[in-house]
Every structure is written in structure tokens, then in C-alpha cells.
Ligand binder design. Structure first.
Ligand code: AMP
Length: 189
């Protein structure tokens, strides 16, 4: 009985957080190209109390996952990825755009909702058997996070899951990540 009440209270809080996060995220039409409704999360990050609630929810979701590394995707994935890694006692690994990392790296090209792009991570940033969470601000078509996950796996890491603050469900990014644990907080239809 008591557990049921607690679960319901948890659900209510999560629902309220999603509503608050959606209210805080601003949609800019036709950016960076005509027809793209751009989700601008800067209006969320400037709110310290709400950012803390977002980070608390993410920490709660992944704290039992025994992670060795959190991979954050440049650039907006760094905003969530680095503090989450710290909270989970994991190392932080940046997945960067092509040409930014100074050391030996692995790279991959992929299709974006608005163009083509490449992603790289340092070869020595993931050890064989590392348990890794891939983090970005938003899941759209899934190409970006799928590429980051593939790089992790090429280095022998185990992708434990993918975490996002927002998800554009109509773009069906989950299909590209099927078979993995996926967490997203604010879901848009
Ligand atoms: P995708 O590879 O299609 O899942 O795209 C995800 C990446 O592109 C993330 O790094 C997002 O920050 C960014 N992105 C793609 N579409 C949007 C959008 N409509 N609004 C905001 N960011 C987006």
C-alpha cells in the first residue's frame, strides 16, 4: 500500500518536472533552417532551481547503473554530461566535432536532421569493458547519439544507455537506439 502511494507520488513529481521543463524550453521556428522547430534549452539552463531538479532526476535514473564513463556530445551534451558524470562518480568523455580533439581518435560520419556531421572521441578515453552512458540535450533522429554509441563500442566500451533532457518523438530517434536503455525527460509529439 505504502509502496503504491510512494510510486504514485514519484510519478506525480516526474509529471510536474516534465511540465516545468517543457514550459522553460523555448521553441524557435525555422532555425537553423526553414521547417526546423529548434528547441532552445538555454532558457532552461538559466534557471538554477529547475536545472538542479533536472540533474536530480537524471542522477536518480542512472545511479544504480555502475557507470565508468559518461560521454557528452558536443556542445550541448556537455552541459548535462559533465555534471551528471560528477554526480555519478564517473569519468567524463567529450564526443567532439571533427578536428577538435588533439590526440589519437576514432571518428564517424552520420546524417543530421539538418545536414551531415562527424563525431570523434579520443582512443584512450574508453577502456575495454567500461560501462558508458551517452548523454545529449535532445534526441531528434538519433543519428548523433547512435554515432557516439558506435564509437564507444568500437573502443570496447559497453553502452549502458542513452540519456536526454528532451525528445522529439515524431523523428523516431528511438528506432536507431533500439535494444538500449533510453531516458528522456521532456517528450514532444
Ligand atoms: P539527431 O542526431 O537528429 O538526434 O540530433 C540530435 C542533435 O542535434 C542534438 O545534439 C541536438 O542538440 C541537435 N538537434 C537536432 N534537432 C534539434 C532541434 N529541433 N532542436 C534542438 N536541437 C536539435
Amino acid at each position: 500500500m505504502r509502496l503504491g502511494a510512494e510510486a504514485r507520488e514519484d510519478e506525480r513529481l516526474v509529471g510536474r518536472l516534465e511540465t516545468d521543463v517543457k514550459r522553460a524550453i523555448r521553441t524557435i521556428p525555422d532555425y537553423p533552417k526553414k521547417g526546423i522547430p529548434f528547441k532552445d534549452l538555454t532558457t532552461l539552463w538559466r534557471n538554477g532551481k529547475l536545472t538542479r531538479r533536472v540533474m536530480d532526476a537524471m542522477e536518480k535514473r542512472w545511479k544504480g547503473a555502475r557507470l565508468d564513463k559518461v560521454v557528452g556530445i558536443e556542445a550541448r551534451g556537455f552541459i548535462v554530461g559533465a555534471p551528471l558524470a560528477d554526480r555519478l562518480g564517473a569519468g567524463f568523455v567529450p564526443a567532439r566535432k571533427v578536428g577538435k580533439l588533439p590526440g589519437s581518435k576514432v571518428s564517424m560520419n552520420y546524417e543530421l536532421e539538418y545536414g551531415r556531421q562527424g563525431l570523434e572521441i579520443h582512443t584512450d578515453s574508453i577502456s575495454k569493458g567500461d560501462r558508458v552512458l551517452v548523454v545529449d540535450d535532445l534526441l531528434a533522429t538519433g543519428g548523433t547519439s547512435r554515432a557516439a554509441g558506435t564509437l564507444v563500442e568500437r573502443l570496447g566500451g559497453k553502452v549502458v544507455g542513452f540519456a536526454f533532457v528532451a525528445e522529439l518523438r515524431s523523428l523516431k530517434g528511438r528506432r536507431k537506439l533500439s535494444g538500449y536503455e533510453i531516458y528522456s525527460l521532456a517528450k514532444y509529439d
